[in-house]
Design a protein around this ligand. Structure first.
Ligand SMILES: *[C@@H]1O[C@H](CO)[C@@H](O)[C@H](O)[C@H]1NC(C)=O
Ligand SMILES: *[C@@H]1O[C@H](CO)[C@@H](O)[C@H](O)[C@H]1NC(C)=O
Ligand SMILES: *[C@@H]1O[C@H](CO)[C@@H](O)[C@H](O)[C@H]1NC(C)=O
Ligand SMILES: *[C@@H]1O[C@H](CO)[C@@H](O)[C@H](O)[C@H]1NC(C)=O
Length: 129
């Protein structure tokens, strides 16, 4: 019983990558430039990761888990520019980026960002002035 709990704890604490941005207050825009910033624990974290964009709403993103960056070397940087996926940036709320251990396996999540917005330029904004 105790061994089981300790195993779970170790498994969770080994995943020390953390996404700093994008986040709820600092999202992305459809016009960019967009970037991702992260923290890494060099003693436990794998060297490389992939970045996938995800949104549960299929009317915002037709396909989930779009790979934005297939291979990022996490050892020597804390941020990377992110180019739009083919077809351009989707926009709306409820996005997350996942850091994946393996770009072929969308369940190999090392860390997830907060939910954030990808904003389109205000072409149809209702101005108050
Ligand atoms: C959100 O991202 C911005 C820009 O990187 C950063 O300054 C801020 O601390 C982040 N907020 C949180 C809650 O992590
Ligand atoms: C990480 O990526 C670099 C190339 O950027 C590669 O040389 C290295 O073998 C990779 N390391 C792992 C552990 O996959
Ligand atoms: C890390 O970045 C520095 C400065 O950009 C560069 O000189 C160095 O070669 C890089 N090291 C690796 C292992 O990529
Ligand atoms: C978008 O709307 C905000 C507030 O209405 C305004 O301050 C900003 O300049 C607008 N941006 C663009 C690109 O039109």
């Amino acid at each position: 019983m105790h061994a089981f709990i300790i195993t779970l704890y170790l498994a969770a604490s080994a995943l020390a990558y953390k996404v700093i941005s994008p986040n709820g207050s600092q999202g992305w825009t459809t016009t960019g430039p967009n970037s991702i910033t992260w923290q890494r624990d060099s003693s436990t974290d794998p060297q490389n990761f992939s970045v996938a964009l995800t949104n549960p709403d299929r009317s915002i993103m037709q396909f989930d888990n779009q790979i934005l960056l297939a291979l990022v070397d996490g050892t020597n940087a804390t941020s990377a520019p992110v180019n739009p996926p083919s077809g351009g940036w989707p926009h709306g709320a409820g996005f997350k980026v996942n850091l994946l251990k393996d770009s072929e396996d969308v369940t190999s999540i090392l860390a997830s960002s907060d939910t954030f917005e990808i904003k389109a330029p205000n072409t149809t904004s209702t101005s108050s002035s």
